[in-house]
Design a protein around this ligand. Structure first.
Ligand SMILES: *Cc1c(COP(=O)(O)O)cnc(C)c1O
Length: 482
């Protein structure tokens, strides 16, 4: 039998030409990474790039490559050593290699018996070992902490009434507890789980921005007295505003006494368990029922790469497992390899995120990754020392981890507007990219260092530029109050 002439194909006609084209693009990608320490931190995307061309009816590989190459310089800036905004990982060049291998395999990690599945299983085993969880625990590679939180709290919710919520709907009266410093994804999870975000009690914090555990116990008692059903405490290891770590051991004690699920949002902070300096402060982590964290933040795996680790494998699986006939398990062949990852989360088809995580840990090792975390914490402390020593600056919160919040101060001026403007100008100038937050009602400059490329001199550059812009704004008098 012969092939029909002119049948369309998505494979190259000439593999040698394809190889040359791919090499060229790989060079462009590597050049981009090699340049990450130079130039502006962020450049606003040009108008050309924002325009949407018509739906491409006829394909064009040369135009495709040209436009992808043109796109390369317009990232958010998180690969640059002076990117200090929000909590972003800075990535590594080696991620390019892992993503290339993953693309060549085009693996679907929903389940079945194939090589990629074993890579994810190794990542799961390593996570259990790193966080001191038992071999019987379960885990899943996910897109980020937001979805990890949803998976953990659905497991917690469903275990409360023997998984009946899966078929008969959510029982009324469930409530959970977290601090006012919690990330917005926790309330969003309560919303998505049908509990409503009001069912998430936001407990006040102490001067160090850690959950007030006495107020927590009082809130649980008062909810029980009102006939409600507490089911979970959500602690934070590394809160977004100032990097505070809740007193996890006390939260674990309270959860044990009250028979509640103890979840920890450790999006970036949990990975500080790899730092010898920070590890002692995270001892309560090993007692959690579940930990949500990201590889794409402080472990510098490229976006997106998060993880959920759950102590009670049975609860985790029973909250998600659903195997229709066409996905039935088998002892042998491709449909073997049970249980499947799809039984531990909401997705069936799943990409091979596990490979870039596996490769990052394999290539660099937990020692070096941990040292870089320690270094970022020391840098945040260094920045705080510089701020404190300078009369034009005010430190706005103690440095708990890797985040330093401060502001430029002067009399007779709206300091909130002034500091917000300083941050915008720093970003527009491309000299550095911190972000802002609000502490005790004041807008402050927030410098988050989850960046393996940051050097101490980058922090000096930031402070010098901040001072220069602040002084200039004072001269312009646009935010003057007197
Ligand atoms: C980033 C972050 C999240 C959300 O994680 P994603 O990976 O962006 O979904 C949740 N909690 C904290 C403390 C974070 O820093």
């Amino acid at each position: 039998m012969t092939d029909f002439p002119n049948t369309p194909s998505l494979d190259p006609e000439n593999w040698d030409k394809f190889r040359a084209r791919a090499h060229h693009m790989l060079d462009s990608a590597i050049d981009q990474m090699a340049r990450s320490g130079t130039g502006k931190v962020w450049t606003a995307p040009p108008e050309d790039l924002k325009k949407c061309p018509p739906v491409p009816v006829q394909g064009d590989s040369a135009a495709t490559d040209a436009q992808m190459t043109a796109l390369l310089p317009y990232g958010v800036g998180n690969t640059h050593p002076r990117f200090f905004g929000w909590v972003h990982g800075s990535g590594t060049p080696s991620n390019i290699i892992a993503d290339m291998v993953a693309a060549a395999m085009n693996a679907n990690l929903g389940g079945r018996d194939h090589g990629a599945i074993y890579v994810e299983k190794q990542v799961v085993s390593w996570c259990k070992a790193i966080f001191g969880f038992p071999d019987t625990a379960s885990g899943l590679v996910v897109s980020g902490t937001s979805i990890a939180t949803l998976i953990a709290l659905k497991s917690a919710r469903d275990r409360m009434n023997n998984f009946a919520a899966r078929t008969s709907g959510v029982q009324p009266g469930l409530v959970g507890y977290t601090s006012t410093q919690t990330h917005s994804c926790v309330a969003r999870t309560f919303d998505m789980l049908g509990l409503g975000s009001d069912a998430l009690r936001k407990i006040p914090v102490n001067d160090a921005f850690e959950m007030d555990t006495v107020a927590l116990q009082a809130a649980i008692a008062s909810d029980r007295a009102a006939g409600l059903k507490p089911f979970a405490i959500i602690g934070t290891a590394g809160a977004v505003n100032v990097g505070a770590i809740d007193d996890l051991d006390t939260l674990a004690d309270i959860a044990a006494t009250e028979n509640l699920w103890f979840h920890v949002d450790g999006a970036f902070g949990a990975t500080a368990i790899l730092s010898d300096q920070i590890k002692p402060r995270l001892s309560g982590l090993t007692r959690a029922d579940s930990i949500a964290f990201d590889f794409h933040k402080w472990l510098h795996v490229n976006y997106d790469a998060g993880f959920i680790l759950i102590r009670d494998e049975d609860a985790h699986r029973r909250a998600f497992s659903e195997r229709p006939d066409y996905l039935a398990a088998a002892e042998r062949g491709l449909a073997a390899g049970n249980p499947w990852p799809t039984e531990y989360g909401p997705e069936l088809s799943r990409g091979f995120r596990a490979l870039k995580i596996w490769a990052q840990l394999m290539e660099h090792g937990t020692d070096k990754l941990g040292q870089l975390i320690s270094q970022n914490c020391e840098q945040a402390q260094y920045l705080a020392d510089q701020v404190t020593a300078h009369s034009a600056f005010e430190l706005c919160a103690p440095v708990a981890l890797n985040i330093c919040c401060f502001r430029f101060v002067a009399p007779d001026v709206d300091l909130c507007k002034l500091n917000a403007e300083i941050v915008v100008r720093l970003q527009l100038d491309g000299v550095a990219a911190p972000s802002t937050t609000i502490l005790n009602g004041n807008t402050v400059i927030r410098v988050n260092i989850t960046n393996h490329r940051t050097a101490y001199t980058d922090l000096d550059v930031l402070l010098t530029a901040t001072h220069k812009i602040g002084t200039q704004l004072l001269q312009e008098r646009i935010f003057a109050t007197a």
